[in-house]
Write a protein that binds this ligand. Structure first.
Ligand SMILES: Cc1ncc(COP(=O)(O)O)c(C=O)c1O
Length: 384
């Protein structure tokens, strides 16, 4: 199988797996316990926090461990919005191309907590204009949230620029960095952000663990009530093995980032140009240059994603689409429609995301096979 869906998830790095292994049956203590077994778990947790803080260039105490990227985004948005609402600020700014973890949370805050949300439009490449964000700011703006890199089209947003203008006005700024974890610099000082969400399974760590960087002094209402874990910001016994695995995976991904970025960018560019040259009606979506290194996203006119994904699967290629296909009634991607694609074109979205195990041979195989798949489907559909 050729796995081309690294934006969906990645395999666990064996080095991360090895780091996790003592914490299942040997060092299984509860980090809150005072005896030796508990202290060993607590030390591992704090060691992981310190290692991650080094990557993010922040204080260990500014990191909150969570159960996934979705939880981190929820905690950031709801936690800050509710804390700010208590001070009379109820306006949120975000973009229409965010992950549902952000969009559905913003919608919930609007519906149930009387927040007012401004969605700053994006251009054809999915890029947010910092000046448009600046223009949307109001005296009651409580939080701005703009993702670092988009999951569907790979566009890298000008986060440092937007965060700087939020900082100048004293407005908390959150970025969903889930797709950027293994590929972009995560220095929160250089990015100027107050909150940053990550998820381990996107950078060769385990699924079901994430983190939220939260700048010291920021007020946040916790989502859960319970114990005093994570300095009262996220109650619940910490998942020590997963946190240890996440820290190791992040260190490795960031240490290997430059070399891997160069390799993946070359594969990405070859895959893109090979497919565009051989498939009439195919168009690259997202920004042509400001994009994640392994990320290829296309719309292919006159074809729907589902038969393409099934044919690719039969050919041994795991890929995905920008749209969520629910039992025969596909919905066009909210990202592509926000970028100005008509719903019909958006239904032909294909996402091929490269990662560590991919080779030039994988790329050549897809360039060889996909054009035939597309013309067969077009033939069957009688429109091309
Ligand atoms: C941009 C973005 N944000 C958030 C998430 C959610 O992360 P998790 O799967 O860890 O909940 C994803 C996952 O696809 C994502 O791509």
């Amino acid at each position: 199988m050729i796995y081309l869906d690294h934006s969906a998830t990645t395999a666990v790095d064996p080095r991360a797996l090895e780091a996790m292994s003592p914490f299942w049956t040997e060092a299984y203590g509860n980090p809150s316990s005072i005896y030796g077994l508990g202290r060993r778990a607590a030390a591992a947790l704090e060691d992981a926090r310190t290692r991650i803080a080094r990557v993010l260039n922040c204080q260990p105490a500014e990191i909150v461990f969570t159960g996934c990227g979705t939880e981190s985004d929820n905690l950031a948005l709801r936690g800050v919005a509710l804390a700010q609402a208590a001070r009379g600020r109820r306006h949120l700014i975000t973009t229409p191309i965010e992950h549902h973890a952000v969009l559905h949370t913003a919608a919930d805050l609007a519906e149930r907590f009387d927040c007012d949300v401004t969605y700053v439009p994006v251009d054809r490449h999915g890029l947010v204009d910092p000046a448009a964000v600046a223009a949307a700011i109001r005296p009651d703006t409580a939080l701005i949230s703009v993702m670092l890199a988009n999951n569907e089209v790979g566009t890298i947003e000008p986060v440092a620029e937007i965060a700087a203008l939020a900082r100048a006005r004293g407005i908390p700024f959150h970025t969903d960095a889930v797709q950027a974890g293994g590929y972009l610099a995560l220095d929160v000082q250089a990015l100027n952000v107050d909150l940053l969400a990550l998820s381990a399974h996107k950078f060769y760590g385990p699924k079901g663990v994430g983190l939220l960087y939260m700048r010291r002094g920021l007020r946040l209402q916790p989502a859960q009530t319970g114990g005093s874990q994570e300095r009262n910001r996220r109650a619940g016994t910490e998942n020590v093995p997963y946190v240890v695995g996440m820290a190791r995976a992040l260190e490795i991904a960031q240490a290997e980032r430059e070399v891997e970025t160069a390799r993946l960018s070359a594969l990405r560019d070859r895959l893109t140009s090979g497919l565009l040259a051989r498939i009439p009606g195919a168009e690259l979506t997202g920004h042509p240059t400001r994009r994640l290194p392994g990320h290829v996203s296309l719309v292919i006119r006159g074809v729907e994603a589902e038969p393409m994904l099934i044919a690719l699967d039969l050919a041994g290629v795991a890929a995905s689409s920008g749209s969520a296909c629910a039992s025969g009634s596909p919905t066009p991607s909210h990202v592509l429609t926000a970028m100005g694609y008509d719903p019909q074109a958006a239904l032909g979205a294909l996402r091929l995301t490269l990662g560590r195990e991919n080779t030039e041979a994988d790329v050549e195989f897809v360039i060889e096979r996909l054009p035939g798949i597309v013309s067969r489907i077009r033939g069957k559909q009688g429109n091309g």
